[in-house]
Design a protein around this ligand. Structure first.
Ligand code: SAH
Ligand code: SF4
Ligand code: F3S
Length: 439
């Protein structure tokens, strides 16, 4: 038998890319590849890229530059670019970095085996179509290998919202939901392989409306179906849009026992003027009312969010409105970004905020968010949380897992195994994690 070929895959960007990378490794497994952790001895290097901000996109080119030497040493090495930069820049990537053999957009991964074969013959392979066929269905060749206890499962892709700053509707295409039965089959398969927690993914996951047995199913409907899967203990979903937070989903947060008390619900800004210009179609007030309703359904829910500062025409007053909103919600986690101009999006044409002003605002917002994050995390001390243990900690005899609120929790205990779900009393709160004892 011939030696397996080695695939080095590096993933940037969102969790959907993490999921896609796993599927690509599996797809190329059928071509005789096994994953390797270093590019040095690889037969194929694949960068799964992100186009969301300018820096993310530029990183790809500098990373490719680093592989030049490897390609000189090993002319058989194939280099591929996948993901959202591949979709957005296509052929341009091969023009800027002629050593790239293969460029594949996010909707064409099921064609990767053919593309790899083409690249092996010395030809360039490029596919950035939005094909009709279901890539996940065609990517079915799933091995039976054991999996880590927490897994991602993409249920919805693409976005029709067209926020004025965002490339996703262009790189991922129109919003599409996978049929419920395929998701349930995949979930059961994951559980058989050791998975106990599934995070359902979608750029607009709460807009999910996949075909079910009695017509289209909502995300809440899908969650209730997953709730029945034996051996699956926890369900999460991300990322949600405020406008798609349907009543049945809010209610599920209060009643569905496997649905975890954590919700990532990006608002982007606290200023109605900016929200309007962002084409967000919700106001600060409607968002705050929504958060209130969610907290009524599930009082202990941990809220998480995303913010953009320095969006075109953002004034100090607009920014202050963002700080006010953050103050009111008190996020357990929040991610804030300086606005990055993305060519081809509507906001790119508008008057830009001075970058130094935007930097200073970002720092102020991050300071507030960090303080809240810390307070929320500290408030766990003395409480009992349930932890899904994922891996050994840095210290001997220690294990790390996640609480229902997604805080990392360290626990000493020789009898804890990966995949165990145990009650833990929280004793201390550190910089980025909690520490506790088994009950
Ligand atoms: N579909 C999700 C995630 C989109 S990308 C959602 O609607 O929230 C993740 C985050 O990146 C966004 O929430 C936004 O805060 C940020 N982002 C998107 N485009 C950006 C840009 N041009 N500049 C800075 N941040 C951006
Ligand atoms: Fe981008 Fe807005 Fe769609 Fe989120 S909802 S992916 S921010 S366009
Ligand atoms: Fe980035 Fe594409 Fe995800 S642009 S955030 S990898 S959808």
């Amino acid at each position: 038998m011939s030696e397996p070929k080695k695939l080095y895959i590096k993933t940037y960007g969102c969790q959907m890319n993490v999921y896609d990378s796993e599927r690509m490794v599996e797809a190329l497994g059928g071509q005789g590849y096994v994953e390797t952790k270093t590019p040095d001895d690889a037969d194929m290097i694949l960068l799964n890229t992100c186009h969301i901000r300018e820096k993310a996109a530029e990183k790809v080119y500098s990373e490719l530059g680093r592989f030049k030497g490897l390609k000189a040493d090993n002319p058989d090495l194939k280099i591929g670019v996948a993901g959202c930069v591949a979709q957005a820049e296509g052929q341009e990537i091969m023009r800027r970095q002629p050593m790239v053999d293969l460029v594949v957009g996010p909707q064409s991964y099921h064609r990767l085996p053919e593309m790899e074969a083409k690249a092996r013959t010395g030809q360039k392979a490029l596919d950035t179509d939005f094909p009709e066929e279901d890539k996940f269905e065609k990517l079915k060749a799933r091995p039976k290998a054991k999996r880590a206890p927490a897994a991602f499962l993409t249920v919805q892709e693409g976005c029709d919202k067209f926020c004025a700053f965002c490339v996703v509707p262009y790189t991922r295409g129109a919003e599409v939901s996978r049929p419920a039965d395929r998701i349930l089959t995949e979930a059961r398969d994951l559980v058989e392989r050791g998975v106990r927690e599934i995070t359902l993914l979608g750029q607009n996951v709460n807009a999910y409306h996949g075909a079910g047995p009695n017509g289209d199913m909502t995300l809440a409907g899908l969650i209730w179906e997953l709730n029945k899967v034996d051996g699956l203990e926890r369900i999460r979903f991300t990322t949600s849009h405020p406008n798609d937070m349907a009543d049945d989903l809010i209610e599920a947060h209060g009643t569905c026992e496997k649905l975890m008390p954590y919700l990532h619900l990006p608002v982007q800004s606290g200023s109605d003027k900016i929200l309007k210009r962002m084409n967000r179609s919700h106001t600060a007030e409607s968002y705050l009312r929504l958060v209130e309703r969610i907290r009524e359904a599930r009082p202990d829910i941990l809220m998480s969010g995303d913010f953009i500062v320095g969006f075109p025409e953002e004034t100090e007053e607009d920014f202050q409105a963002t700080l006010d909103l953050v103050q009111e919600v008190k996020y357990g986690y929040a991610y804030s970004f300086k606005y990055s101009t993305r060519p081809g999006t509507p906001a790119a044409e508008r008057p830009q905020v001075d970058p130094d002003v935007a930097d200073a605002r970002l720092q102020r917002l991050q300071a507030l968010i960090t303080r809240h994050q810390r307070e929320v995390q500290d408030s766990m001390v003395g409480r009992t949380v349930r932890v899904l243990f994922e891996k050994p900690g840095r210290q001997p005899g220690q294990m790390v897992g996640k609480s229902e609120y997604l805080h990392a929790v360290h626990v000493a205990g020789a009898d804890i195994a990966t995949g165990d779900l145990r009650d833990v009393r929280i004793k201390a709160s550190g910089a980025n994690s909690l520490a506790g004892e088994l009950l």
